[in-house]
Design a protein around this ligand. Structure first.
Ligand code: F6R
Length: 293
């Protein structure tokens, strides 16, 4: 029922009465994200590699959503180890990057495409043409974003999306205040993120591009299964806001609470600010192994 409305700048604010609380177990069960707390990143990497191994065993041409940055590195290393041991074969998979810097020269070692070439495509024997990222060097960036959305849709969407988490709550490069319905587009990085990423640019924050192309929050939410990873105490506050805070554009990662199959895999330090930490541990300990994540 509509109770009232007002107009603030160009935003129409419609206030709706809260829906009646549901007792339907299915509806209740899809609301929260699953939180898995493990002692360290290597344990987390093994668990996520198990999920990817199971997916690819079922669908060798699965579509993987590839994150960059430090966080997913242990997962990629674990997958490379398994591939070399013959325990998984990712060579027929398709991949989509989350984001890319704008304006780096082609082949720049810190470009996300170059990182994925080194860490994923080459060691896993993936076909380079089957891995795409937003084209941060395009003359027409808006057309590049539209084209990227079309390519993801043409591949049938992402089966499993890996995500890292910014200390400010960003996913992809959707910085705080990003629309939770956003699609692939140009974004401006916050000074905090440029500072955090300076380590990939010889410690020089000024060398980190101001602009990026990133899948939108709405684009990310269309993946069938989202697996967000976070390691270390520096991510603890963002993890707590993502899992236990309100759903808000000020914490774009909180949109995962709306997703029917989102898994948050964290190490003990990254879990340290979670109020229901003991409960999440008990739930995971009691989970039948065959369910996976
Ligand atoms: C990278 C990305 C970012 C990072 C985040 C955390 O593709 O989209 O959201 O996941 O900035 O970065 P790290 O893992 O380096 O702490």
């Amino acid at each position: 029922m509509t109770l009232g409305f007002g107009v603030a700048s160009s935003v129409v604010v419609i206030i709706l009465a809260a829906p009646a609380r549901t007792t339907d177990p299915i509806t209740r069960n899809i609301l929260p994200v699953e939180v898995v707390i493990l002692p360290d990143a290597r344990d987390g990497a093994r668990l996520v590699a198990d999920a990817i191994t199971a997916l690819v065993a079922d669908r060798p041409d699965a579509v993987l959503g590839l994150a960059t940055g430090s966080t997913p590195e242990p997962v990629y290393q674990e997958l490379v180890r398994r591939q070399q041991a013959g325990a998984v074969d990712l060579s027929a998979t398709t991949g989509f990057l989350l984001d890319e810097y704008v304006g780096l020269r082609p082949g720049h070692p810190a470009s996300y495409r170059a990182v994925i070439d080194r860490q994923v495509i080459a060691p896993l024997g993936m076909t380079a043409d089957r891995v795409s990222g937003p084209d941060g060097g395009a003359a027409d960036l808006q057309a590049a974003c539209r084209d990227y959305e079309r390519r993801i849709a043409a591949a049938g969407g992402v089966d499993l999306q890996l995500l890292g988490l910014g200390a400010d709550g960003h996913i992809g490069f959707n910085e705080p205040s990003s629309s939770l319905g956003s699609r692939t587009r140009l974004k401006t990085l916050t000074e905090r993120t440029r500072h955090d990423n300076a380590r990939f640019f010889d410690g020089d924050a000024a060398a980190v591009p101001q602009h990026v192309l990133t899948q939108g929050v709405g684009t990310i939410l269309e993946a069938s299964h989202i697996v967000l990873l976070a390691w270390g105490e520096a991510k603890a506050e963002a993890v707590a806001r993502l899992v236990e805070g309100p759903i808000t554009a000020m914490v774009p990662a909180s949109a995962l609470q709306l997703h029917p199959h989102a898994t948050v895999v964290v190490d003990t330090p990254a879990a340290s600010a979670l109020a229901l930490r003991d409960y999440y541990e008990a739930v995971f300990a009691a989970k039948p192994g065959w369910q996976g994540i």
